[in-house]
Design a protein around this ligand. Structure first.
Ligand SMILES: Nc1ncnc2c1ncn2[C@@H]1O[C@H](COP(=O)(O)OP(=O)(O)OP(=O)(O)O)[C@@H](O)[C@H]1O
Ligand SMILES: [Mg+2]
Length: 395
């Protein structure tokens, strides 16, 4: 097989038909190009022809093409501006110039304006055109992949900078209390340590310290999950007890903020074979989010449901909600959606990504259904294999 031949299945698009847009005003030239392509064995293609640039742009808007063969002189455009216009209108479409004009300077200009190649009519057969098209498609695909990877890396980098900014705030606030109050205690500024205020200071030191510890644990957990180094310590969990243990620490916050915290748990739930601490962390993160992002007087419900496929644990609120386009973002570590409520509450943007990773570590999944103003429901699914329908519930 020569290098010019198209190998069936030899590339990602080799197995399917290549959609070619031929932009050529000259009827005879168009027919000739089509014939040249037809002669190439194994090259399966669909060809659409446009006689003018405007017509080509209409076709591009209406249909998907893999590659365009563009004549350098059309009734409504000439040379480099023609390429530039087409490239601007369809930046992802590989454009190959196919012209009667063998002009090296024009070829360089065309490439600079976005064309992938410059072919001269009559200076090669169909194989040459097909090979140039294949390479152009492949090059464009690789460039698009690189661009996507670059954008993802930039997004991650922006999230990291945002995280560092939040983090310094989050770390500094409890540290102020830790340093300030321990100084007061050391200097005995308020008298010997019998005064009541020392107990309050010690309390503030303790809460701040615990907050810092939680934060650091979250970060460590996430990095362990990402490195695939977090193992499950499984036992049989009673789902009702699991939910109760997550709600207990929230009761005080619930009565303070006037948010109703309710449960809907069917009776006779089976035991769940899972890591109790991690399951608690999942539910705790979701419930604390719902409490944070729900206005006073709102309602937060924790539900458990069984279906043919497994168990669904859901935390639903009637709070501020999340816009559709932000849902994938909030599952990315360190991302928080800006709003008055989020700014009023602390956080680092780790709760949801950790909850999702922990659910996935159990072979489960986490999904979010939400709309601004209508509230949020986060569902955690656990696979059926983890349910011990008939097993004794010990452990
Ligand atoms: N129930 C919810 N209602 C509205 N917005 C939510 C809800 N849960 C999460 N969000 C949005 O998703 C973002 C990310 O949530 P996540 O739990 O990951 O971080 P956080 O709560 O801001 O901080 P952390 O959980 O690390 O303390 C939140 O900042 C908020 O914008
Ligand atoms: Mg959270």
């Amino acid at each position: 097989m020569t290098g010019c031949e198209v190998m069936p299945g030899g590339s990602t698009y080799g197995a399917r038909r290549v959609r070619v847009l031929l932009v050529e005003d000259n009827e005879a030239d168009a027919r000739l190009t089509q014939e040249l392509l037809r002669e190439v064995q194994g090259f399966d293609f669909d060809l659409r022809r446009a006689g003018r640039l405007s017509e080509a742009m209409d076709l591009i808007r209406a249909e998907a093409f893999d590659v365009a063969l563009l004549d350098f002189a059309l009734p409504d455009g000439m040379g480099v501006p023609l390429v530039a216009e087409m490239h601007a209108g369809a930046p992802n479409l590989p454009i190959l110039i196919l012209t009667g004009n063998d002009d090296e300077a024009a070829a360089i200009e065309a490439l600079k304006s976005g064309a992938e190649d410059y072919l001269v009519k009559g200076q090669g057969d169909g194989h040459l055109i097909v090979r140039a098209m294949r390479y152009a498609i492949e090059r464009k695909r690789i460039v698009a992949m690189l661009k996507e990877a670059k954008e993802a890396a930039e997004l991650a980098n922006r999230a990291k900078s945002q995280f560092l900014a939040n983090m310094s705030h989050e770390l500094r606030t409890p540290l102020n209390a830790i340093i300030g109050f321990s100084q007061i205690i050391r200097e005995q500024t308020a008298g010997p340590p019998v005064a009541d205020c020392y107990r309050d200071y010690a309390n503030d030191i303790l809460t701040s310290g615990m907050h810092l510890l939680e934060l650091i644990n979250d970060i460590l957990d996430l990095s362990k999950i990402e490195a695939g180094k977090l193992d499950l310590l499984e036992s049989v969990i009673e789902i009702g007890e699991l939910v109760e243990s997550c709600l207990r620490p929230m009761q005080a916050r619930s009565s303070e903020s006037g948010i109703r915290l309710v449960t809907a748990l069917p009776r006779d739930l089976p035991g769940l074979w899972a890591d109790a601490r991690k399951m608690r962390q999942i539910l705790f993160n979701l419930i604390s989010n719902s409490m944070k992002f729900t206005q006073p007087g709102g309602r937060v419900e924790v539900r458990a449901e069984l279906d043919g496929e497994g168990l669904e644990l859901a935390v639903a609120d009637d709070g501020i909600g999340i816009a559709q386009e932000d849902i994938p973002r909030v599952l990315t570590p360190f991302v928080q959606v800006e709003s008055t409520l989020t700014r009023r509450h602390s956080g680092t943007g780790l709760g949801l990504p950790i909850a999702r990773s922990l659910a996935e570590l159990h072979g489960g999944s986490l999904s979010i259904e939400s709309a601004p103003g209508a509230g949020t429901t986060v569902r955690v699914r656990m696979p059926g294999e983890r349910l011990l329908r008939h097993a004794a519930r010990s452990a």
